[in-house]
Design a protein. Structure first.
Length: 550
């Protein structure tokens, strides 16, 4: 009897202790952080589900975080407690705080480490990826691959980019002739796949052709990335058992193919490298290694996977949103077309533009596109493909200062610099924070008056993140977008179909809002497909400019 009483007492004591610990973790450990109402059992999961139910559940988690920030009266940071499934996430909403995380510091010389915050992407990019590596290993990788992404080198690769854009234009011409609805997302993704294949490996992936003619790398990589596109957000990926199994199988196949191709490319480079100028990122990287041993081979394959993913999906998303925003912002489209006419002359055909870009004046021509560049910046401001996640180890003593001077210790947390929130901050971008306004990035208006570009803090625009670990391929994305827009904007008129479709009055005329954009019947939005992408694949019709699309 006494033994039974002792056992019950012990169990009761353990239960009380566990409840007290859970209560401390849920309600007192981070009580000084803004947050939704927490549950002892579920943390913020239940509250998060409530917010998600207020809109389309498919929308990107960053959009949900933006709505939570508004509910919390727009704090500079807030937390989301998803324990025990995930770490506590600190969502960063202020550009000044984000800058403290992404810059070098005494505690973290290369900025706050990624840690295990990005573990979900290890199968996609590889454990040795430049995105996932840390410290001196990351520094060595950055040094090795930087030459392949230097602006001057990328300009030398313009013929490769322009050739792939020519195929893109042929496909658009076909859809313009037929008048059928098509997914612009697939076309942009195929184009950017071809470009990154040429730039990174000097390979023709044939991604814009029918599947039977496509490179084995393209087919495998598409299937591989698709295992992350099973609905929901990154947080729940670990529970998708079937997707995980298929991912493992495809990863092994893709790695075998990439290893074979890298070894072949290295053998070619060894045989001809001294007599032939290196063109691709891969070939340039060989100059920094003495031999292709097992470690270097694995490391190189992981970088190729990283470049293939980051180099095609993010630029594809940028192009889709740029075409969409211009299709409903007539003053911006007119300004872009006028700039292109001033640069390239009255012949608006893509062939004429491409011919000029293939001359020795290509760098000069691209530098004379302030409005096109502003379109790219504004598109990335409103629709950043991704943010960055970092993890502060316990005991680091890492503190950030909030705008009001308060200091917060972020030890043990996953930090999410949420570009979607930061780049729509009304304190920075004013009442037009939700509106597509490329002019905000111009140094001067046509009348000579200064614009807000002179006062916008650089840290408030971070689609490629900032600091020492900013995106190595950002110049490629911007150059590629400029070339595509320069070749297409004067030739085509795009009309959105379905989500994001323009409202029309009883005369069939588009209805303009007070911000100079056409009103829409419903909002187009991003979903999480490893990065943020338009939910419907950007369904469009296209017509040759001046030809009635209806």
């Amino acid at each position: 009897m006494l033994l039974w009483i002792a056992a019950v007492t012990l169990l009761a004591s353990i239960a009380v202790y566990l409840i007290q610990r859970a209560s401390f973790s849920r309600f007192r450990q981070y009580a000084n952080f803004p947050q939704l109402r927490s549950s002892l059992l579920w943390g913020h999961l239940k509250a998060l589900d409530g917010v998600m139910r207020e809109g389309d559940r498919r929308r990107h988690i960053d959009q949900v975080f933006l709505e939570i920030k508004q509910k919390l009266n727009n704090p500079p940071v807030f937390i989301a407690d998803f324990r025990p499934f995930l770490h506590v996430i600190c969502v960063i909403c202020d550009h000044g705080v984000a800058e403290q995380i992404s810059r070098s510091s005494k505690i973290f010389p290369y900025s706050v480490p990624k840690g295990n915050a990005a573990d979900i992407f290890k199968p996609l990019m590889g454990a040795k990826s430049i995105i996932l590596s840390e410290g001196t290993e990351w520094k060595g990788l950055r040094k090795r691959f930087n030459p392949g992404f230097a602006p001057q080198h990328l300009i030398s690769l313009l013929p490769c980019i322009i050739d792939r854009v020519g195929q893109f234009i042929e496909i658009l011409d076909g859809y313009a002739a037929s008048g059928e609805v098509f997914g612009l997302g697939e076309l942009c993704t195929n184009l950017t796949f071809d470009v990154i294949g040429a730039v990174s490996m000097d390979e023709d992936f044939r991604a814009q052709r029918e599947q039977a003619a496509q490179s084995e790398i393209v087919v495998l990589f598409r299937d591989f990335v698709a295992t992350w596109r099973t609905g929901g957000s990154a947080a729940w990926d670990v529970f998708k058992v079937r997707a995980q199994a298929r991912r493992w199988w495809l990863s092994r196949r893709l790695n075998r193919v990439l290893r074979r191709e890298v070894q072949r490319k290295y053998a070619e480079w060894k045989a001809h490298g001294a007599r032939k100028q290196a063109r691709s990122v891969l070939a340039l990287s060989f100059e920094a290694v003495e031999s292709l041993d097992g470690h270097i081979l694995d490391q190189t394959c992981d970088q190729i996977k990283t470049f293939l993913f980051a180099g095609h999906d993010t630029t594809s998303s940028l192009l889709q949103w740029a075409f969409y925003e211009l299709s409903r912002t007539p003053h911006a489209l007119r300004a872009a077309r006028q700039e292109l006419e001033d640069i390239f002359g009255p012949d608006s055909s893509p062939d004429a533009v491409r011919a000029q870009l293939l001359t020795g004046q290509s760098e000069n021509l691209l530098s004379r596109m302030p409005y096109i560049s502003a379109i790219v910046k504004e598109t990335l401001r409103l629709h950043p493909p991704a943010g960055t996640a970092r993890h502060v180890p316990y005991g680091s003593g890492f503190n950030v200062q909030l705008p009001d001077g308060e200091m917060l210790c972020l030890d043990g947390m996953v930090l999410h610099n949420c570009a979607t929130i930061i780049q729509r901050d009304e304190r920075v971008y004013g009442p037009t924070k939700e509106t597509f306004v490329p002019e905000r990035w111009l140094d001067q208006q046509p009348n000579g008056a200064e614009t807000e570009a002179n006062s916008l803090p650089p840290s408030a625009w971070r689609p490629f993140e900032r600091g020492p670990r900013n995106c190595i391929g950002q110049e490629l994305a911007i150059i590629e977008a400029r070339v595509v827009l320069a070749c297409t904007l004067r030739r085509y008129d795009f009309t959105k179909v379905g989500l994001g479709e323009v409202q029309r009055n009883n005369k069939g005329q588009a209805v303009m809002d007070e911000g100079g954009q056409y009103k829409v019947k419903s909002e187009l939005f991003n979903i999480w497909e490893v990065i943020g992408k338009p939910v419907d694949g950007t369904q469009m019709r296209v017509a040759i400019t001046g030809v009635d699309i209806q």
